[in-house]
Design a binder for this molecule. Structure first.
Ligand code: ZN
Length: 391
């Protein structure tokens, strides 16, 4: 099924023509080393990965070939007081299961070129358990803001993919599995947080993957949507779904205007300039995050900029990213934020979000900045919580 065209013995790249792909794929066969370990990707593995992608496209959805564990017991929304009249609600809205390589490529494959990362990821048959999808609700004296909308109970249905063409419609359920428990959708979460959908002024979308925009239609007509222009452009090769954005004039493009020492420019969402939208591209072209500036510390709602702090600290690359170079730059900026002030990054699918926020809330107020810093570095976390509790 495949034909290898070796252009010349000494050339750095080879062309692989696979029957299921319309164009030859240029693959880098240079051996790379990292930490003294060979990271060469064998040619047979590359060809196999590309063939697996074709097979996955033709094959069954993840939900059918990978045994679905029962959905976790749904967590109710939880409010955290950030001081200054600002509260942050963590709203678990639905779940996803993804390939292990989707969450993180093994070191050996981490340097794969962007065009090859996707097939290498699709070749993985190991699937995670259910991961939380998180929507965040910020109640601020000046405004009420939702960040992302979680996954929908109708994931994978014809209604869910209405208006979305091939191959995305076919590929999506073959890349990941999504679900939400009955009665556990965004509207239920907002009700439990005592917020009417019509109270939401703005919904910031970190990016346009299904598990972040699964419930756009559950918001009231008052809500505007803020998305980066780059997110709606181009081939949306990683599965961005701009087709699901409302078309009634409520979508606005992010317009960064305020100088920021780490991000260059950010868009303030309040007159106090304490809630900022910052570009964090890489996972997708227009991925953006929300920074809540609490004065002596800050919290970053970082979407899928990474799956967790360790991934950022070690610059490990997930299997679905549109630009690995941009991911590394975004990681460096997330780390640089800590130079400004103690910082907690909260990622959409990070199982440690609750632990981070609970420890933050329980720490004596005077120690919160220090605690946030310790949690950002992650490693000293347990010892620090004990010290903080004893203080
Ligand atoms: Zn996600």
């Amino acid at each position: 099924m495949s034909r290898l065209v070796r252009r010349s013995f000494h050339e750095e790249s080879q062309l692989i023509q696979v029957a299921c792909l319309p164009v030859p794929l240029r693959v880098d066969v240079l051996e790379r080393t990292e930490l003294g370990q060979s990271t060469k990707i064998r040619l047979t593995e590359k060809i196999g990965a590309i063939a697996s992608t074709g097979a996955a496209l033709l094959g069954r959805p993840v939900a059918e070939w990978s045994v679905r564990p029962p959905l976790p017991t749904r967590e109710p929304p939880r409010r955290y007081d950030l001081g200054g009249g600002i509260s942050l609600w963590r709203l678990p809205v639905g779940y996803v299961r993804i390939r292990e390589r989707h969450r993180e490529m093994p070191n050996r494959l981490a340097e794969a070129p962007d065009g090859l990362r996707f097939p290498l990821m699709m070749a993985d048959k190991a699937v995670t358990g259910w991961l939380d999808c998180t929507a965040w609700l910020i109640r601020h004296p000046q405004t009420t803001i939702l960040v992302d909308t979680g996954e929908s109970a109708s994931f994978g249905s014809d209604a869910y993919f209405a208006g979305i063409g091939q191959p995305k419609r076919r590929l999506y359920p073959r890349i990941l599995d999504g679900a939400a428990p009955p009665g556990g959708d965004l509207a239920a979460g907002l009700r439990e947080a005592s917020v009417e959908t019509d109270e939401i002024d703005l919904c910031v979308l970190t990016h346009l993957h299904s598990d972040h925009i699964g419930n756009l239609d559950r918001l009231g007509q008052r809500a505007r949507f803020l998305v980066a222009r780059e997110e709606t452009r181009g081939a949306s090769g990683s599965g961005r779904l701009p087709e699901k954005l409302p078309r009634d004039g409520r979508v606005e493009f992010t317009a960064p205007s305020l100088d920021h020492p780490v991000f260059g420019k950010v868009q303030p969402l309040t007159a106090w300039r304490d809630i900022l939208v910052a570009p964090t591209p890489g996972h997708t072209a227009g991925h953006q995050s929300v920074v809540i500036d609490c004065g002596d510390r800050q919290i970053v709602l970082a979407g899928d900029a990474a799956f967790g702090d360790d991934q950022v600290a070690h610059a490990r690359i997930p299997g679905i990213v549109e630009d690995a170079g941009a991911v590394r730059e975004t990681y460096a900026k997330l780390l640089a934020l800590r130079q400004m002030k103690p910082t907690i990054a909260l990622f959409s699918h990070d199982p440690r979000n609750r632990e981070k926020l609970t420890a933050y809330e329980r720490a004596p107020a005077a120690n919160r900045g220090l605690l946030a810093d310790a949690m950002a570095t992650s490693y000293a976390h347990d010892q620090f919580v004990q010290r903080g509790a004893a203080a």
